[in-house]
Write a new protein. Structure first.
Length: 138
């Protein structure tokens, strides 16, 4: 009896000093690896969304409108909001429809513009879309 009691007491004493780490359940009921490359490190869930970006006019001229369309190409597209990442200051964005509009001005000639987009749902934010680059011509 005494040897078993000593072993149990020793295990309880050691168990209180051991850091078991963070255990996170995943979608399948298993355990997610917090060191996974899919973990953002901020506690937010990873997204199952993939987005694609299209452009209406890849060689725009002065006073022409460029329409960028962001769409979910993989994952559930319901209840998603869109965001655009760009160096264009005059970008008009519709976060619900996934559309962004840019009108080329004379001051834009020769400037390289880059665009990507992301989608956000209750499951997190998608990785950035494909990158679109254009340089307005005169």
């Amino acid at each position: 009896m005494w040897p078993r009691l000593i072993i149990v007491v020793a295990l309880l004493a050691v168990g209180g000093c051991v850091d078991l780490g963070t255990v996170v359940p995943d979608e399948t009921g298993g355990l997610a690896d917090p060191t996974s490359p899919l973990d953002r490190g901020d506690g937010s869930p990873t997204s199952d969304l993939t987005v694609g970006l299209d452009i209406s006019n890849s060689v725009p001229q002065v006073n022409e409108q460029v329409i960028l369309a962001c769409a979910v190409v993989d994952g559930d597209p319901s209840d998603v909001s869109f965001a655009f990442q760009s160096n264009a200051a005059r970008l008009i964005v519709d976060t619900v429809r996934g559309r962004a509009t840019f009108v080329v001005d004379t001051s834009d000639l020769g400037t390289e513009f880059e665009f990507t987009c992301t989608a956000t749902s209750d499951n997190g934010t998608s990785p950035p879309s494909n990158r679109i680059v254009f340089i307005p011509i005169g």
